[in-house]
Design a protein around this ligand. Structure first.
Ligand SMILES: [Fe+2]
Ligand SMILES: [Fe+2]
Length: 254
């Protein structure tokens, strides 16, 4: 997706349009940067790169230890993202049977969005396992609420189901954007101090950008499929967005 198209899409969906370098879509490569560990055990380690070993005259990259606050931010980001993606898979799982039964033409779209959500969930399952982050303690609660939300909106009809997706993806798109912004502000600070950003954190930003772009695609699909015609649209999306914000807030902490 081109940067102008992404900016237009964010504005269209009422998301804060960040016009900085970090909103370059996931398909774009990050500029080569130096290394900084994302894990505490490697925090103080100066890594050797193949470039520096090949050319001893080049100084080795410096890594800055993550502060406790930064480690906490990363842990809570992975925890809330995993919980959110679990909820997304459950919403689509619950929505699909009643929705596809009534509107068989939606089957490929629902399958496509579900497959992407499943991929997102796999990604965060791997990341929380790798970094030993505790999953949210409210896992069972989110399972029940997400399934209930998916099923009830699908039973209300196609427009309500799509309004649910519109509301959820609006919040989630903004949520991922905030994480990307925080990480890139961290990177800028480190680089200003002469430190280098490690490949794990660069990969994390790339992953977040890709997933954010896919969430915004879901949002577009929902709007294209008459989400705005849900009755009453303002109430339905307002309540769901509020619920999402509450769930994000709680999952970051518990
Ligand atoms: Fe997702
Ligand atoms: Fe999504």
């Amino acid at each position: 997706m081109s940067l102008p198209r992404l900016q237009t899409r964010l504005v269209r969906h009422g998301l804060q349009p960040y016009f900085h370098e970090f909103l370059v879509p996931a398909s774009s490569q990050l500029s080569p940067r130096r290394f900084l560990s994302s894990t505490s055990k490697n925090n103080a380690t100066i890594t050797s790169s193949s470039a520096s070993s090949a050319d001893p005259s080049r100084s080795q990259p410096k890594r800055k230890p993550l502060t406790k606050e930064q480690r906490d931010f990363l842990s809570s980001a992975l925890r809330v993202n995993q919980a959110g993606e679990l909820a997304a898979t459950l919403i689509y799982t619950a929505q699909t049977p009643p929705l596809v039964n009534a509107h068989p033409h939606l089957r490929p779209l629902m399958a496509h969005m579900y497959a992407q959500e499943e991929g997102h969930l796999d990604t965060f399952n791997s990341l929380i396992a790798k970094h030993r982050v505790r999953p949210t303690a409210l896992y069972p609660v989110w399972q029940v609420l997400a399934t209930g939300l998916g099923w009830s909106t699908a039973v209300m009809g196609r427009e309500a189901a799509m309004a649910c997706t519109e509301a959820v993806e609006t919040e989630i798109g903004g949520h991922y954007n905030n994480q990307i912004r925080t990480l890139l502000e961290m990177f800028e600070q480190w680089e200003a101090e002469g430190y280098e950003v490690g490949p794990e954190l660069q990969d994390l930003v790339k992953t977040l950008r890709r997933i954010r772009d896919e969430e915004l695609e879901h949002l577009d699909h929902a709007v294209d499929n008459d989400a705005k015609k849900a009755e009453p649209h303002w109430l339905l999306t307002g309540v769901i967005r509020l619920g999402c914000r509450g769930a994000i807030w709680v999952s970051e902490r518990v």
